[in-house]
Design a protein around this ligand. Structure first.
Ligand code: F6R
Length: 648
């Protein structure tokens, strides 16, 4: 059995059983991926043990990707510490890129060995991964045989799934039919773009994969799908609450009698029970819930807050709010004022002004500000307008660049710089044997580097320096002394790979040391939850842990922590506690500040699924935030940056 999720299923159990049900697949929501994965691993372990008692094999369908890693880690732990044996496990993996050599860095065969099989006692020969080395004309025959092997083993007892941003399960891309079996599939552009991170660019990413079909997956006796992070939220909402459609293949799981979605709160954020919980069950109408409901009502009815009527409240499931607070007029004014008070052109506080209704304190007039930037460009991308205002308004602004960002520099860019230094030294007769060696080694290694080979130490140094130079250039542009740029080079990041090390004591210590040195009145940090395995989340964990450990210090009593969002998503409108407007000219200036990061412009290494450049993403998002305020009936600004205060 799964351990208790933090939120009960809306449609299928417990107190949220309601007249209006939206969810068509049982869905368990957990506080985080770790707790959720533990629960799933325990279900798998119980099944394996049950089958052992019955002296039967346990037939598992397994997935790769980032989502199941934490499940596999927990299974390994149970094997080591609790004697969970895999001797009776037979497993079939969902998919493999095509073509693909099994020992390639990106092969799913290798992934499974590294993440699970090499660490447990599953007998060699008991696990199957589609064969990416076949000749194309042999794949159909192989695929048929793969399905037959599963059938002969007695069918899958349990199928573990992740979900693509486009709804794919396995590599069944949108358009896959419900009766599809194992086959060769052309990968969607968005799937390839997401995978390109592992392949070092889109052009090196395979176009095809062999995947189990939808029918093969639906044939499993039990199916559990995992999803972590905000980026999965829209597709999860569609699969769970939408109609069954080939455009979102995960929605086919609505037809399975024993499917379960296990997701974290970020991936659940678009579900009705999260977005508009009053539509699903009775809620406690505290102030945050009131703000959430009124902004939701205003935006869905496309009516400014001050124009909402009693009837709007009654007809749209918010009559309880009226019952509690009286008439629409009073509620509207209250929420409108609250939103109005979040807007400020004085992010460091307005000197000599009454600050009762302002997001920041007026005093001290000149604050020390420490802005944490996970990568060398997040400061300017995510809060460039606010950064500039803080500097212009006379605050002492420091930036803590948390990681080197070295893996995101393209090889040819690094080669250009390495060549430059070698040529520079030669031209001016500069004899620094060590420096020349480093740059020469880097240049040689870059020239000979094979696809998907890891960078050498020297190359990483060169790439890190490039990003450091760009960050310094932004600091000069915004107007802070270069000594106020602190390059923290947190060790968790330095793997040379997309996959990072877990947060360590050393990372926390470096962060604490910088906070102690600056003794800031304000800390800004990236409060990103979009990618729970990503750099931003680890950087946030480091800051919050450091702040917690320093909380007994006197200077910390006077320190406020503000969270901004990274390049992907914005805070929900009802959560925003400070919104800093920008004029059209300020937007243009911010864009020029982002341009200082030349290595991240035009065909970047880690483009992800979003084909827009970073400055475009930032501008569109900041304009969208201003647009929301405008639609709610507040003043119309060109763009806005938004913050939430973290209170521990
Ligand atoms: C992997 C697979 C894919 C992934 C999906 C999500 O075997 O078949 O469907 O589950 O692309 O990937 P992550 O978990 O990396 O977000």
């Amino acid at each position: 059995m799964l351990a208790e999720p933090v939120l009960p299923d809306a449609a299928f159990s417990g107190p949220l059983q309601s007249a209006i049900t939206y969810e068509k697949i049982p869905t368990h929501i957990y506080a985080d991926a770790k707790a959720a994965s533990r629960a799933v691993a325990h279900e798998i372990a119980a099944l394996i043990r049950q089958k052992q008692k019955e002296k039967k094999p346990c037939i598992l369908g397994l997935a790769t990707g980032s989502s199941p890693k934490t499940v596999y880690a927990e299974l390994i732990r149970m094997h080591r510490e609790e004697g969970l044996s895999f001797h009776n496990v037979v497993s079939f993996n969902l998919d493999e890129y095509f073509p693909m050599e099994p020992d390639s860095l990106q092969s799913y065969w290798r992934f499974m060995r590294e993440q699970l099989f090499d660490h447990v006692d599953i007998p060699a020969g008991n696990y199957y991964v589609p064969d990416g080395t076949l000749r194309a004309d042999k794949v159909a025959e192989f695929a048929k045989h793969y399905d037959q092997q599963i059938a002969e083993a007695g069918g899958l007892d349990f199928q573990l799934l992740g979900i693509g941003g486009n709804g794919h399960i396995g590599f069944n891309e949108p358009g896959s039919l419900i009766n599809s079996h194992t086959r060769l599939m052309m990968l969607d552009h968005s799937t390839r773009a997401a995978a390109s991170v592992d392949f070092g660019g889109l052009s090196r990413t395979p176009r095809k994969a062999i995947t189990m079909g939808i029918a093969s997956i639906l044939g499993a006796k039990r199916v559990v799908l995992l999803a972590w992070g905000e980026r999965k939220a829209p597709v999860i909402q569609g699969a769970v609450e939408g109609t069954v459609t080939e455009t979102n293949p995960a929605s086919y799981l609505q037809t399975h009698p024993n499917a379960l979605f296990v997701i974290d709160t970020a991936a659940a954020s678009e579900l009705t029970r999260m977005k508009a919980p009053w539509l699903v069950d009775s809620v406690v109408w505290d102030n945050p819930m009131k703000k959430k409901a009124v902004t939701y009502l205003s935006l869905t009815l496309e009516k400014p807050i001050l124009k909402l009527t009693d009837r709007d409240y009654n007809d749209n499931g918010v009559s309880d709010l009226l019952a509690q607070y009286g008439q629409a007029y009073d509620i509207n004014i209250d929420v409108f004022n609250q939103l109005q008070h979040t807007i400020t052109g004085w992010p460091g506080g307005k000197p000599n002004a009454d600050d009762t209704n302002r997001p920041e304190r007026a005093l001290p007039t000149h604050k020390r500000v420490l802005l944490f930037s996970p990568h060398p460009d997040d400061d300017i991308i995510s809060m460039g307008g606010t950064f500039q205002r803080l500097v212009d308004q006379g605050h002492e602004v420091h930036v803590g660049y948390q990681t080197s960002g070295n893996i995101a520099v393209a090889d040819d860019e690094a080669l250009r710089f390495a060549d430059y230094v070698v040529d520079f030294n030669t031209r001016f007769g500069i004899k620094s044997p060590e420096a020349t060696r480093i740059f020469q080694d880097a240049a040689t290694s870059l020239r000979n580097k094979k696809d998907s080979e890891m960078d050498t130490d020297e190359v990483r140094q060169v790439k890190g320096l490039i990003r450091m130079g760009e960050a310094k250039s932004t600091c000069r542009f915004v107007g802070i002394p270069v000594e106020h740029a602190h390059f923290m080079n947190l060790p968790f990041y330095e793997t040379g790979k997309v996959e990072k090390k877990p947060l360590s004591e050393e990372d926390i210590k470096i962060t604490m040391d910088l906070i102690e040195k600056i003794k800031p009145h304000q800390i800004y940090a990236a409060g990103d939850l979009a990618d729970p395995h990503g750099t931003h989340k680890v950087c946030l964990d480091a800051v919050l842990e450091a702040v917690k450990r320093l909380s007994h210090k006197n200077f910390m009593k006077d320190c406020w922590v503000w969270l901004y969002r990274g390049a992907w998503a914005e805070w929900d409108i009802h959560e925003i506690e400070m919104a800093v407007p920008m004029s059209p000219d300020q937007v243009t200036k911010k864009r020029l500040g982002i341009f200082k990061h030349q290595s991240q412009k035009d065909g970047v290494v880690y483009q992800g699924t979003d084909s827009r450049e970073f400055w475009q993403r930032a501008e569109e998002r900041n304009r969208a935030t201003a647009g929301l305020y405008n639609r709610l009936g507040l003043a119309e600004y060109e763009a806005m940056e938004a913050f939430v205060r973290w209170k521990g």
